[in-house]
Design a protein around this ligand. Structure first.
Ligand code: ATP
Ligand code: MG
Length: 368
């Protein structure tokens, strides 16, 4: 039975609180399947700055390099907000990690259980069965990183700034592959989002995606949509999608829109897959809740641990190839929240609520 070796970076505010519970859930599910966990915990973000003078301490990065995956909490908060932008915990920890491991694919499940439709700003009639889609965002290319990226002063004294959107076929093909693999385990439908009526990069994107699916995944139903329409369709009828995937900036915007329509941040997990292959022959990845450090509720023991627990499930699925154990955790979370109605305050809607630990206890009880 394999040993699951991963780095644990809890981060700040509620990060360590929800991480403790995610680790308990992992211990339990791994043990029941005969796997052993081999993890070490390290500082990152504000904790890195406070204890090592750096948001991503060298020792933390070294630990990540030895591991097969990173289970990440969340970083940042009011304590460090006076630092210059480049030293802010989020930027100074996550960007170097993305770079170090070439984390090119950000996968966000847009999951809203039927019983929680009240958490969504959408009318319940539009989402009678909740929401169950996945949004995949390209994370290392596009206009955020393309060169040139400049600000100049023109002859008339006016200032002019420029960003450049750049994509290579290899970058498009590898994110198309992530979308295909994700769709294969679900509804086998993929919608590729671009702006091919205006952008050169999108013309290349659409052609590359079309050719790639025709050649490698002909059995998966591929459609294309312009990003402006996708933003509208997501708000109108999210479940028309199964897996949608798109370039960096479009994905940044669409994945946040999806998070909003799915309600509580406390339920939203994410995976960022790297180009590297780990010792299990699977993608190295970083797994983290989609929400932030929730400073407003930190230290009270009331944070929802589900986003962290579900992120751990994604780690089992993508970086360790343990889809069955991932599904077991996901089912336990669903049962706890819906059937048992055991909920933290963010999803209780005025009903009695439980704390972080009690919620995790209930999830663990439902693993059996
Ligand atoms: P950041 O700058 O890190 O995004 P923030 O102040 O915007 O910090 P978020 O973490 O993004 O805080 O949270 C936004 C809101 O969602 C807050 O009210 C927070 O309490 C809530 N929230 C986020 N995560 C959770 C969670 N796990 N459980 C309960 N509520 C949460
Ligand atoms: Mg926020």
């Amino acid at each position: 039975m394999p040993t699951l070796k991963f780095a644990v970076l809890p981060g700040d505010y509620i990060g360590p609180e929800v991480m403790t519970e995610a680790l308990r859930v992992l211990e339990h599910v791994a043990k029941s399947a005969g796997h052993s966990l081999d993890y070490k915990i390290a500082d990152v973000g504000g904790a890195g700055i406070d204890n090592h003078g750096k948001a991503l301490p060298d020792s933390t990065l070294a630990l990540c390099r030895e591991a097969d995956a990173i289970l990440f909490g969340s970083v940042g908060g009011p304590k460090w907000e006076k630092l210059p932008p480049a030293e802010q915990p989020e930027r100074a920890a996550l960007l170097p990690l993305r770079k170090a491991f070439s984390l090119f694919a950000n996968i966000r499940p847009g999951l809203l259980y039927k019983d929680l439709v009240d958490a969504s700003p959408l009318k319940p009639a539009r989402i009678p069965n909740g929401i169950d889609i996945v949004c995949i965002r390209e994370l290392t290319g596009g206009i955020y990183f393309g060169q040139p990226k400049t600000t100049i002063t023109l002859e008339n004294g006016e200032r002019q700034a420029c960003d450049t959107m750049v994509y290579k076929t290899s970058e498009i093909e590898r994110i198309a592959e992530t979308a295909a693999v994700t769709a294969r385990a679900r509804g086998k439908r993929v919608c590729s989002v671009d702006k091919a009526n205006v952008l050169e990069t999108s013309v290349l994107w659409r052609k590359t995606v079309t050719d790639y699916f025709a050649k490698k995944h002909p059995d998966i139903a591929l459609t294309h949509m312009y990003v402006d329409n996708a933003a509208m369709q997501l708000a109108r009828d999210p479940n028309q999608f199964d897996v949608l995937f798109t370039e960096n900036m479009f994905g940044d915007i669409l994945s946040d829109e999806m998070a909003v329509i799915c309600g509580s941040l406390g339920m939203m997990s994410s995976a960022s897959l790297g180009t590297g292959v780990n010792s299990h022959g699977k993608p190295f990845g970083l797994y983290e809740p989609a929400g932030g450090t929730a400073p407003d509720i930190a230290g009270k023991g009331v944070a929802n641990p589900c986003a962290q627990v579900l992120s751990a499930a994604l780690m089992l699925r993508y970086s360790f190839g343990l889809a069955d154990l991932a599904a077991k955790i996901e089912a336990a979370v669903r049962k706890t929240v819906t059937q048992d109605g055991v909920r933290t305050g963010d999803i209780a809607f005025g009903r009695p609520s439980v704390g972080t630990k009690a919620m995790a206890d209930a999830i663990i009880a439902n693993l059996n």
